[in-house]
Design a protein around this ligand. Structure first.
Ligand code: GH3
Ligand code: MG
Ligand code: MG
Length: 586
């Protein structure tokens, strides 16, 4: 069976690997074509940064006049962190387009000062400290700074960037646009992020309720990861800056770092929680947790690091994400090999998110450029992950509830078997006692002890098998006479008990039992008689039950003494039931 299982697993892993590569390939192909078309289509708006490190005594006017210090070839991120001048030559633009503004994705820095050189040769300045960025912020996230008025067109722009972390450039994706273009970009971004927020909040509410009812750990991890995704997106898309314009932008940036680390760590945690416990080695679980913790620690290091060390902390942060996709792939592959069904759902749900995570890491290492794909890929991947994980969870929850239903049915069957006498199908002694004690009847109960007369003789004469048949026949007579109104049990051997309230279990029932047995043979032509001892009393405790039993047993003893095949009531001087002449076993 083991070999069969392994052979079956291999095509699954191969198919999974093939599908992963296909998705990765498509993602990269899509990203590169989209990126080139984007830059081509926006060549009039996108701005090329020329960068120069700041020196003491620099003045914007001098820098506008002498541009020899600016380097327009070296990519921004290669300058690492520090204080810089960034020069943009602005295209003349169409006069009827109206005033233009600089739009960019804010990066982590202490302050930005914009020096605009107008067509009239006048330089105007505007400064944004970290805590002022909120005023320039829009959804996307995109910050916008007005450069010109109807009267004065701008020719060139120099931005003084102080205390730049410069992990992804100095001014991300800078371009020059009219106000209308910003509205369009913001509209698209708002639609994308609002859709994600709606989806995330809906899934969160739904899954919290589901978790409260089913209480599986992976549901809780999933909810936490949704919270982290929503928080990340809220900070990352600029909504946080819009809602709290007074909060410094570096706090928004830090929130993005920490929340993205939580998204990664919780994704790994969800992965290990989701897969059945026995399908994943404990070492892999611990490894995954450490990888996640590494991301969170690195994020905290970026936030808490002094400015001079933040660039290194940022690189460590990016590096801490590198093990995430391979760890997820390893977890899924190992679980698949061990025959995990959950891992299949997970593999199907997480292909795209894994591909996007790789895309995003590649971007952070400057292997691919920033663009709409990278910006929206993240929110797209999170939507897919949230939605498909939720679907995968519903499969998993179905399996769990199926298992629980089965266990419940097994338990009920076991309890039934434990309470039932296997020979006659009546209750056994233990179940009867349990029932009577649980009953806590406020009114007195009547107990009938029924013992087959000279049963040993039946066994001796006809054999044990026939003896068993006779016991079953007697049990049938008792059950039919009691007719659901009383509980009927086999106490052991050839001794039975009936118990019920006095109105349910009348002396007439005892007489009926005697009459039935006298009328015909119970099994295989064997006719038997029984002796019945009867007693009444309150049963509110086990002691009272013992007392009642004792009285009924004494009455039964008297019935035997007086010649068997009769019923005797306890505590009455005269037998209220008509004594019947003893008949011998047929
Ligand atoms: P009495 O009228 O005094 O009750 O006589 P008795 O022979 O019925 O009583 P005794 O207690 O001497 O014998 C009971 C017999 O019941 C002994 C035992 O072999 C038999 N017995 C107990 N359990 C079973 C069973 O499950 N199947 C069969 N076939 N016989 C059983
Ligand atoms: Mg007997
Ligand atoms: Mg007996």
């Amino acid at each position: 069976m083991g070999i069969g299982g392994k052979l079956q697993d291999k095509p699954v892993i191969r198919r999974f690997a093939a599908a992963t590569f296909l998705v990765l390939f498509l993602a990269f192909a899509f990203a590169s074509t989209f990126h080139s078309s984007k830059t081509a289509g926006r060549s009039d708006a996108a701005l090329l940064p020329c960068i120069a490190p700041q020196r003491a005594g620099d003045s914007p006017a001098a820098l506008f006049a002498d541009r020899s210090r600016f380097d327009c070839q070296r990519p921004a991120h290669e300058w690492r962190s520090g204080n810089f001048w960034v020069l943009y030559d602005l295209p003349p633009g169409n006069a009827h387009d109206g005033p233009r503004e600089l739009q960019f994705v804010p990066q982590w820095q202490r302050s930005l000062t914009f020096f605009v050189l107008g067509a009239d040769g006048i330089v105007s300045a505007r400064r944004f400290a970290d805590e002022d960025m909120g005023a320039a912020m829009g959804i996307g996230p995109v910050a916008a700074v007005a450069l010109e008025t109807e009267q004065s067109r701008a020719r060139a722009l120099i931005v003084r960037v102080d205390g730049a972390l410069n992990s992804g450039g100095l001014l991300g994706d800078a371009g020059i646009f009219t106000h209308e273009t910003r509205d369009q970009r913001e509209l698209l971004a708002t639609a994308v992020y609002a859709a994600f927020a709606g989806l995330g909040l809906g899934l969160l509410c739904f899954n919290i309720v589901l978790w409260l009812t089913i209480r599986e750990r992976f549901q809780f991890t999933y909810c936490l990861s949704l919270v982290a995704m929503l928080a990340y997106t809220w900070a990352n898309c600029g909504a946080m800056g819009l809602q709290f314009p007074l909060i410094p932008d570096s706090i928004r940036q830090g929130t993005c770092y920490v929340m993205l680390a939580f998204v990664g760590a919780l994704a790994l945690q969800f992965c290990t929680d989701f897969i059945e416990r026995d399908k994943l080695p404990a070492r892999l679980r611990i490894f995954a947790r450490n990888v996640g913790a590494g991301c969170i620690l690195a994020a905290l290091a970026v936030v808490l690091a002094p400015e001079d060390w933040r660039w290194l902390a940022d690189r460590a942060y990016v590096a801490s994400f590198v093990p995430l996709p391979p760890t997820v792939v390893a977890i899924i592959a190992v679980a698949l090999r061990r025959g995990s069904i959950s891992a299949r759902y997970l593999a199907a749900a997480w292909l795209a998110p894994i591909a996007v995570a790789i895309l995003r890491i590649a971007h952070a290492f400057h292997i691919i450029d920033y663009g709409l794909v990278v910006q929206y890929a993240m929110v797209g991947a999170m939507s897919l992950e949230a939605l498909l994980s939720s679907l995968a969870m519903s499969y998993r929850i179905k399996r769990i509830t199926d298992e629980r239903d089965r266990a419940l049915a097994d338990e009920q069957a076991a309890r039934y078997l434990a309470n039932i006498d296997s020979l006659t199908g009546l209750l056994n002694r233990r179940a009867l006692l349990e029932q009577v004690v649980l009953w806590e009847s406020p009114e007195p109960l009547r107990l009938l002890l029924v013992d087959v007369d000279r049963f040993k003789l039946v066994n001796d004469t006809y054999g044990h098998l026939v003896g068993d048949e006779v016991l079953r026949g007697v049990a049938d007579v008792l059950a039919r006479r009691a007719d659901l109104r009383a509980s009927v049990a086999r106490l052991g051997g050839e001794e039975f008990a009936l118990i019920g309230t006095e109105s349910e279990l009348t002396p007439g029932i005892a007489l009926g039992i005697l009459a039935d047995l006298r009328a015909r043979p119970v099994a295989q032509g064997v006719q038997v008689s029984v002796s019945i001892g009867m007693a009444e009393g309150l049963v509110r405790s086990e002691a009272e039950w013992r007392q009642l039993y004792h009285h009924a047993d004494a009455a039964l003893y008297r019935a035997k003494e007086e010649g068997r095949n009769r019923a005797v009531a306890h505590g009455r001087p005269l037998d209220p039931l008509e004594p019947v002449p003893a008949t011998m076993v047929a």
